[in-house]
Design a protein around this ligand. Structure first.
Ligand code: SF4
Ligand code: SF4
Length: 153
């Protein structure tokens, strides 16, 4: 959606967010003192109430689904549709990454299409499923929520 974390301009991006606003809750935004996993106070029904003045984090951050240059994700696998928000670890010395799967609904990890998506990703990378709203999820969102793509890309 216009005004979410993933929307700045569309140059170099493969998709736009549409009406997804998942990262405005999922990500930490230090400039706003907004912890990971909490709804941003600037979210409104259709977009961001401070869109023109939003912090650099919001301008610069894109999820893997938006940055999907290699067709890893389908249109139906947008974070709000699939019920998952994915972040990636920094690559280790061998270039390997872990993808963290953060459910945005309590039962998302038990259902398709999330199960199918994670099975597919496991062919290429290590996938770590984190419990809904867990401390582990919050920490991974805070420290690993940078916009890298899967090393399978
Ligand atoms: S999670 Fe991705 S698609 Fe959804 S609002 Fe954020 S950047 Fe856009
Ligand atoms: S300020 Fe809040 S609502 Fe606006 S883009 Fe950033 S996280 Fe989203």
């Amino acid at each position: 959606m216009a005004g979410c974390l993933g929307i700045t301009d569309s140059s170099g991006l493969q998709r736009s967010c549409g009406d997804c606003d998942v990262c405005c809750t999922a990500m930490n935004v230090t400039a706003l003192n907004k912890p990971a996993g909490t709804r941003c106070k600037h979210m409104k029904t259709a977009g961001c109430s401070i869109y023109l003045d939003r912090p650099a984090t919001c301008r610069d951050w894109y999820c893997m689904w938006v940055r999907d240059r290699h067709g890893i994700f389908s249109e139906a696998e947008r974070p709000d549709r699939v019920g998952l928000f994915l972040t990636a670890s920094r690559p280790d010395p061998d270039g390997q990454q872990t993808i963290y799967a953060h459910p945005i609904r309590p039962d998302a990890l038990q259902r398709d299409p999330a199960r199918r998506l994670l099975s597919r990703l496991r062919q290429f990378v290590t996938v770590c499923e984190l419990p809904y709203r867990s401390e582990a999820s919050r920490i991974a969102l805070t420290f690993e929520g940078h916009p890298l793509e899967p090393s399978a890309a």
